[in-house]
Ligand binder design. Structure first.
Ligand SMILES: [Zn+2]
Length: 532
């Protein structure tokens, strides 16, 4: 029998306060938390395994194969290759409403290969990618929570469906808009995203995060001998350089909240051949859809002007990725935060703190160690408070169904992000304990939404009547765009053979640190070097 939901007091509008607990729900939450603790070894194995694969966006082949096997083993139905993306999949378990969707990113960062637990720059494979963002930990949170809740749903015969999906190529903001377009969230009631951080927290409303269009501009000119007949050539590289100069002059007159950056993805072959083809890859970031589109259109104008100046041709602009700015659901955030307070931060050991402080000192930032005070649930940012920052294509999901990102304490504070130092903690007890804390908060919150249908209704009321009252989601990808699934293939082909030697074998070694023979923590000695 379901509990008598009618007896629960109705909560205030949009979940401003919702401590509507019952003895049964309390008891199930206690059991779920204990179950998550009992799965700590499994959580650790997932984190260490994915860390050791260190795969870049769209090439998460080993990572997906491993996760699909684990989810199948636990009774999930698998749909593979979703949205035309080879490494994307959706796992489903259970039936009926509510449909709770759990996701987290799985891709790594170029040139971030790094020995875990070592507070010095020491790549495992020189030049290779690695988890310098910590995306090896998020699905460990989602899956551990899902398995704990699955056990309770089976025992208590609770209706509901759990879905799990990977954020493929998040570092390229390359897939979630395609997931939305493919209808992956069509029947979803509530979506929980999990992302590594250095505290256990949740936000609601607009955030500092930007949305973006990631676009590649390719120019075609004419090759010629650079010394013998340069007047016969038309340099595509000149067009790239003039576009960048034009953009950088215009940058002074753009809003401070905007962010834009580029890399020259192809600049010619050798100096004595006038480059016939060159490409530049831009990220255009702003705080709302119209401004993102305006910025992208400005890039297009400058690119066309550069083509005109250089006598080259601009090919149709390719969109490689996109993201909406994020807006998180107030009801889901408040409900999650009540559980975050129950769970609290992990118990850090002196070894954990010593590693954290050593890494912070190496980077020359305040050596505050790991977080020991829980973040508060801050009110939503006002428009004036939004200053811009990074992006995550979870934004597209957040404008499709009520969503929050649960941030969990698996990394060290004050790190630069997208850097080798962000990988150091990610296969150590810091990440393992942080993910377990995140999984508990998530499992408890899933139980709230499974057993209190009024919360689902209130979340949708906020979504319809507040969040999307005046702003409607329109994709930044165009109908003709396709996922850039070939990205990073050449890089992975180059490094994977050497990286294979470092894959984690949980059958032989309890932890990845043990397999690598790393003393935990390894911190710099008096001469500043680390001896493993
Ligand atoms: Zn991320």
């Amino acid at each position: 029998m379901r509990l008598a939901l009618g007896t629960l007091t109705a909560t205030l509008a949009f979940g401003a306060a919702a401590p509507a607990q019952t003895p049964r729900l309390d008891d199930l939450k206690r059991r779920a938390a204990a179950d998550v603790d009992a799965r700590a070894r499994f959580t650790q194995q997932m984190i260490d395994q994915i860390f050791s694969f260190g795969e870049l966006g769209f090439q998460e082949v080993e990572t997906s194969r491993y996760l699909i096997r684990e989810l199948r083993r636990h009774g999930f139905r698998m749909e593979e290759g979703v949205a035309g993306i080879p490494t994307a999949w959706v796992a489903s378990w259970g039936s009926g409403k509510p449909v709770i969707s759990l996701g987290s990113d799985i891709d790594g960062i170029p040139q971030a290969s790094q020995y875990p637990g070592v507070a010095c720059r020491q790549p495992m494979v020189e030049g290779a990618p690695g988890h310098g963002e910590g995306h090896n930990s998020g699905l460990a949170v989602s899956i551990t929570a899902a398995l704990a809740v699955q056990a309770i749903m089976q025992r208590e015969r609770l209706p509901g469906t759990i879905r799990i999906w990977p954020g493929v190529a998040e570092e390229l903001v390359g897939t979630k808009a395609y997931y939305v377009r493919a209808g992956l969230f069509r029947d979803v009631d509530i979506a929980f995203f999990a992302h590594v951080d250095n505290n256990l927290s949740v936000r609601w409303g607009d955030t500092d995060a930007t949305g973006l269009v990631s676009a590649q501009f390719t120019f075609t000119g004419r090759s010629a001998h650079s010394a013998g007949a340069p007047w016969r050539g038309r340099s595509a590289l000149d067009a790239v350089e003039l576009m960048n100069i034009g953009w950088n002059y215009r940058r002074e007159h753009l809003r401070l909240q905007h962010r834009s950056h580029y890399v020259i993805s192809s600049g010619g072959d050798q100096p004595n051949v006038v480059p016939p083809v060159a490409s530049v890859w831009y990220y255009f970031r702003e705080l709302d859809y119209p401004r993102i589109q305006e910025l992208f259109a400005l890039g297009d104008t400058i690119a066309r002007a550069a083509a005109t100046m250089t006598g080259t041709t601009l090919a149709p602009v390719r969109i490689l990725g996109s993201a909406w700015p994020q807006h998180f659901n107030k009801v889901v955030a408040h409900t999650t935060y009540e559980n975050i307070k129950q769970v609290g931060l992990p118990q850090w050991t002196e070894a954990d703190q010593a590693l954290a402080r050593a890494v912070q000192r190496v980077l020359g930032v305040p050596d505050s160690g790991l977080a020991t005070t829980l973040d508060t649930l801050r009110p939503a940012l006002t428009e004036a408070e939004r200053r811009g920052g990074g992006s995550d294509d979870i934004g597209d999901v957040s404008w499709t169904v009520p969503t929050v990102t649960l941030r969990f304490p698996a990394n060290i504070p004050n790190l630069p992000g997208h850097n080798w130092s962000n990988a150091i903690a990610m296969a150590t007890p810091i990440a393992h304990k942080g993910a377990t804390a995140g999984a508990k908060a998530l499992a408890l919150t899933m139980l709230d939404f499974l057993l209190r249908p009024e919360l689902v209704r209130q979340a949708w009321d906020y979504f319809r009547d507040v969040q999307t009252k005046t702003i409607k989601y329109e994709p930044l990808i165009r109908p003709e765009d396709r996922p850039a699934t070939e990205t990073n293939a050449a890089t992975m082909d180059r490094y994977r053979p050497a990286m294979r030697a470092f894959y984690y074998n949980p059958a032989k070694h309890r932890t990845y640190l043990e397999q690598l023979g790393i003393h935990y923590p390894t911190v710099p000695g008096a001469d500043g070097s680390c001896t493993r």
